[in-house]
Design a protein around this ligand. Structure first.
Ligand code: 16G
Length: 245
């Protein structure tokens, strides 16, 4: 690690310079993913700084999710999430998106059943009084890495038996002739809080993308209201733009 020349390199507090050179070493792969960081004392001696400086630099990198502390065994370099490119123009399901990339899909259920709708669900899904709503809450994984938390609300008219959804929701809706053909999606930036940060295995405060999707049948009826939280370090949403209209 080229850490010796920190005292002379650039401006700013020493711990910031140390953090930058550690970050550079992680990003370039010189500090290998999954490997342990040398002990604090060794790093301090090696970079010729105090242990307090090392601790502050490491604290920042833990906060940013590049390093992780494991109780009793040290500090490790976190394996970076492979970024996924998601086109914003086609109405695909999570299962299809993962399959297209050759990633294994798996979900952990957070919620699945029929409920009395909230006023918002009644309004957004156009539900009549006394009807039920199917709620599906899932932690969605790609190759066993948690990528997103999704909470979908579907009118029970289209999904009277939410327990029948074991894999893809869209595949199940397709069987019932209720697969959406159009959707409006809103993407906003957010910072992760608990418990979502814990579920997605990111530090509190990490960047996230909050996505709301309202999907429609060809008839114009709303089928789905889904709120999702995606890991900001895992997704690039890409759209093709053209001049005019
Ligand atoms: C996508 C959709 C979500 C939909 C799900 C169905 C976004 C932001 N969300 O994740 O609205 O419910 O696919 O996936 O794109 P499934 O058929 O694999 O259950």
């Amino acid at each position: 690690l080229p850490l010796q020349s920190l005292q002379s390199a650039g401006t700013g507090p020493l711990y910031v310079k140390l953090r930058r050179s550690l970050e550079e070493a992680i990003r370039s792969g010189r500090l290998e993913h999954g490997h342990a960081l040398p002990p604090e004392r060794d790093l301090a001696d090696y970079a010729n700084v105090s242990r307090v400086t090392v601790r502050k630099a490491v604290d920042d990198l833990v906060r940013d999710g590049l390093l992780t502390r494991k109780h009793g065994s040290g500090t490790f370099v976190v394996k970076p999430m492979p970024r996924v490119e998601q086109p914003l123009t086609s109405l695909t399901s999570f299962t299809e998106d993962m399959a297209r990339r050759g990633l294994l899909t798996r979900s952990e259920w957070l919620e699945r059943g029929l409920f009395h709708p909230s006023p918002e669900e009644m309004m957004m899904l156009g539900l009549a009084p006394g009807t039920r709503v199917a709620r599906l809450g899932r932690l969605r994984m790609g190759n066993d890495l948690p990528l997103a938390i999704e909470h979908a609300s579907i009118s029970a008219e289209f999904l009277p038996d939410p327990m029948s959804v074991t894999g893809s929701l869209y595949a199940e809706l397709e069987k019932k002739n209720a697969r959406p053909v159009r959707a409006i999606q809103r993407i906003s930036a957010c910072n992760m809080k608990n418990p979502e940060a814990g579920l997605l295995a990111v530090p509190v405060g990490a960047a996230g993308l909050s996505i709301e999707r309202v999907s429609y049948l060809a008839s114009g009826r709303v089928v789905e209201l889904t709120r999702s939280l995606y890991r900001g370090d895992a997704y690039d949403f890409v759209a093709e733009l053209s001049l005019g209209s």
